[in-house]
Design a protein around this ligand. Structure first.
Ligand SMILES: Cc1ncc(COP(=O)(O)O)c(C=O)c1O
Length: 455
C-alpha cells in the first residue's frame, strides 16, 4: 500500500497535511507557461508545500511526485542542506556578476561539475536555464569553428521530436511541432534527423535493438548541405519531453563517428538526463559516447535555484580563448545571473547530497524495479506503448477525438488522485526523484492503474 509523509520528516509513513489554502481571488494576472490558461483558471491546480517525495495541493492533499517536479528535484523536495546553503550565501554575498569579477563558489562548482563530466570536458560556462544552455552551446560551437578558420560552419543538425528549450536557437533545433508552428521558421540553417521511435521497438525495455541506422541520416544531410557547413549536431541522449525515446543500441556511437568524419561537434543535451537520471552522472556515460559539449540544468541545483551550464572539452575552450588577442574578452556572451552566488550554493549542496547518498548508484539499483513495475501496466487497454531506461519512463495513451486531449485529461485525473506526472500530447512521462523507494514506485503504479483502468 502507499505510504504518505509527515511534514518535517522525509519518507515517513503518516499524513500530516498543511492547512488547506484558498487559491488567490484573482488568477487573471499570471499568464502561465505551457498551460491552457482558461482551462487552468477554471479549475486551478496549486501546490502549496513540498517535502521529500510529496507535494501538497491547496486542498491540503498529498500528491506523490512522479516527475521530480519537472525533472528537477532529484534528491526530493525541500532539502534542508540546500535551503541552509542558499540562505547562508544570500546573507554573505547576495549578488555579484561574473563579468570581470566572480566569487569563490563559481570556481568550486565548476571544478565539481568537471569532476562528474566525462573525459577532458573540464570547462564550465554558467547560465540560468536549459534553454539558455542550448542557445549558449550553439554560440560556442560557431565561435569555435570561427576561431579555427571555419567560419562558414553555421548550420545545425538536430532531430525530429527533440526538445531543446524555447529560446530562438532551441526552438529551431526542437522537433516538436506545437513548439515550433506558431513562431515561424526561427533560425535558418537547422535541419533534422528522423526521430528514433519505430513500431518494431514498441514495449522495448532499455535500449531498443532496431534503429542504429537512423543515425545515417546525418550522412545524408552532410551530402545535401555540405558537411563543411555544419557546426554541430545536438542530441538528447534520451529524448525526454517527447515521451522518452531511448537511443537504439549503437545509434549514438554512429552519430559520433559521422561527426568525427566531418568535423562536426557533437553536443549532448543532458538537461533531463544529467545528474543520475540514467543511473550514471550523465547519459554520455550510461550510453558510452564522448560528446564535445554537454548542456545541463534542472537537477544541477535540485531545482532549488534556476541554473544551467554548458560543459565543453578543453580543446574547445582553448581554441576560442587562444584565438583572441591577449587580455581581450574571448567570448562576447553571458548573463547578468550567470553563476549567481545563491545558485552556486544550491548546486554545491545538491552535489554533496547526490554524492553522500550515492543517488546516481541508487537510481541504477532501483531501475529494474521501476521498469518492471511500469512495464507491468502494458495490459491496460488505454496504453499503446511503454519505453524506459534508468529512472525515466514514458507511455503512450490511445488518443481521444484530437491529439493531446486524452493526455491532458489523464494528467488532471491523476492530479486529483494524488499523483503528479508530466504529459506531452498523449504521452505520460515518469521520472521520480532518485530517492524513491520501492513503496513509492508501487504507489505511482497503483495510482496509474486505478486512473487508467477507468477508461
Ligand atoms: C533536453 C532539454 N533541453 C532544454 C530544456 C529547456 O530547459 P528550460 O525549461 O530550463 O529552459 C529542456 C526542458 O525540459 C529539456 O528537456
Amino acid at each position: 500500500m502507499s505510504t504518505q509523509p509527515v511534514a518535517g520528516k522525509q519518507n515517513s509513513n503518516a499524513v500530516q497535511a498543511p492547512r488547506p489554502q484558498r487559491p488567490p481571488n484573482d488568477l487573471q494576472y499570471h499568464w502561465l507557461p505551457f498551460t491552457g490558461n482558461r482551462d487552468f483558471k477554471s479549475n486551478p491546480r496549486l501546490f502549496v508545500r513540498a517535502e521529500g517525495m510529496y507535494f501538497w495541493n491547496h486542498r491540503g492533499e498529498a500528491v506523490l511526485d512522479a516527475c521530480s517536479g519537472l525533472f528537477t528535484c532529484a534528491a526530493g523536495h525541500c532539502r534542508a542542506e540546500i535551503t541552509e546553503a542558499v540562505a547562508e550565501q544570500l546573507g554573505r554575498l547576495d549578488y555579484t556578476s561574473s563579468f570581470l569579477r566572480s566569487h569563490p563558489l563559481s570556481f568550486e562548482l565548476a571544478e565539481r561539475i568537471a569532476g562528474l563530466t566525462p573525459g577532458d570536458m573540464n570547462r564550465i560556462f554558467f547560465v540560468n536555464s536549459g534553454s539558455e544552455s542550448v542557445d549558449t552551446a550553439m554560440k560556442i560551437c560557431v565561435a569555435f569553428h570561427r576561431a579555427r578558420g571555419e567560419g562558414q560552419r553555421h548550420m545545425f543538425v538536430s532531430r525530429e521530436r527533440a526538445y531543446h528549450g524555447v529560446n530562438l536557437g532551441g526552438t529551431a533545433l526542437s522537433g516538436m511541432v506545437k513548439n515550433r508552428e506558431s513562431f515561424g521558421p526561427g533560425l535558418p540553417g537547422v535541419v533534422h534527423l528522423r526521430h528514433t521511435w519505430l513500431p518494431e521497438n514498441r514495449y522495448a525495455r532499455g535500449q531498443p535493438d532496431a534503429g542504429a541506422e537512423l543515425a545515417d541520416d546525418l550522412q545524408r544531410l552532410v551530402e545535401l548541405h555540405g558537411g563543411h557547413n555544419i557546426a554541430a549536431c545536438f542530441i538528447e541522449p534520451i529524448a525526454g519531453s517527447t515521451g522518452v525515446l531511448v537511443p537504439p543500441r549503437g545509434y549514438l556511437q554512429r552519430l559520433r563517428e559521422l561527426c568525427n568524419e566531418h568535423g562536426i561537434l557533437l553536443v549532448l543535451d543532458e538537461v533531463i538526463c544529467g545528474f543520475g537520471r540514467t543511473g550514471r552522472a550523465f547519459g554520455a556515460q550510461s550510453f558510452e559516447v564522448m560528446p564535445d559539449m554537454m548542456t545541463m540544468a534542472k537537477a544541477l541545483t535540485n531545482g532549488a535555484q534556476p541554473m544551467g551550464a554548458v560543459a565543453v572539452r578543453n580543446h574547445v575552450y582553448d581554441t576560442i580563448v587562444d584565438a583572441a588577442p591577449e587580455g581581450a574578452v574571448e567570448l562576447f556572451h553571458g548573463y547578468t545571473f550567470s553563476a549567481h552566488p545563491a545558485a552556486c550554493a544550491a548546486s554545491l549542496a545538491a552535489l554533496d547530497i547526490y554524492a553522500k547518498e550515492k543517488l546516481f548508484e541508487k537510481a541504477a539499483a532501483m531501475s529494474a524495479y521501476f521498469l518492471d513495475s511500469v512495464f507491468a501496466l502494458r495490459d491496460l487497454p488505454l496504453i499503446t506503448d511503454i519505453r524506459g531506461y534508468g529512472l525515466i519512463a514514458g507511455f503512450d495513451l490511445a488518443p481521444a477525438a484530437r491529439p493531446g486531449l486524452r493526455g491532458h485529461e489523464v494528467q488532471r485525473r491523476l492530479f486529483d488522485a494524488g499523483l503528479h506526472i508530466k504529459t506531452t500530447g498523449d504521452a505520460g512521462i515518469l521520472a521520480p526523484p532518485l530517492i524513491a523507494e520501492a513503496s513509492h514506485i508501487d504507489e505511482i503504479c497503483e495510482k496509474l492503474r486505478a486512473v487508467l483502468s477507468r477508461y
